[in-house]
Design a protein. Structure first.
Length: 188
């Protein structure tokens, strides 16, 4: 019985420490590959029909929400109508975009190549837009107007660093397109 109660020394295995391999990155020479200026957002001058259509839609929804006593929702709709008015009347300012050897500089903020996923081109009204998805939580996507630069020139440079891929249309994209076709805010 005493043999059972004797304590045996515990055998503890020592962890095997493996050396960590670190890859030393060579410093990249900061060099500008392409620089241009363009508006911050697409802009289209609106006519009177656009404003009256928005006002009519907001008024009708406000009357319905008035009966439901949704005061906060009415305030939100009026605020959104004001934002739509401001965006349609105030012309956007110009910003400088630059593609460098370490990443993209836009609005005095640098986004390194490691933080960028893929890019594609879109079009809104007469403006061509360069869309770049990021790995960051904010902003999730960079959207830059090309201004006077050619799409092929930018594509040739960006393909060396990130993947060119056109994303599939989501349910929200298809819904927004359908709604804009069914409820046009102005005549074409």
């Amino acid at each position: 019985m005493t043999a059972l109660l004797k304590k045996r020394p515990l055998k503890i295995k020592k962890p095997v420490v493996k050396p960590v391999e670190t890859k030393v990155k060579k410093p990249v020479e900061l060099r500008s590959l392409l620089k241009w200026q363009a508006a911050v957002r697409p802009f289209k001058k609106r006519d009177k029909d656009y404003y009256t259509t928005i006002a009519a839609i907001v008024f009708l929804l406000a009357v319905i929400l008035l009966f439901l006593k949704e005061w906060l929702l009415i305030g939100v709709m009026v605020a959104l109508m004001f934002v739509a008015y401001v965006l349609a009347t105030v012309e956007p300012e110009n910003v400088e975009h630059e593609i460098t050897t370490i990443g993209i500089v836009t609005g005095n903020k640098t986004y390194k190549w490691e933080d960028l996923k893929g890019f594609w081109f879109g079009k809104k009204w007469k403006d061509v837009i360069l869309n770049i998805d990021t790995k960051l939580s904010f902003p999730g996507r960079l959207m830059m107007l090309l201004g006077d630069k050619k799409q092929e020139e930018i594509k040739k440079i960006l393909e060396k660093y990130i993947q060119f891929e056109i994303p599939e249309k989501t349910f929200m994209d298809r819904s927004a397109k359908w709604l804009s076709e069914k409820v046009p805010l102005e005549k074409k």
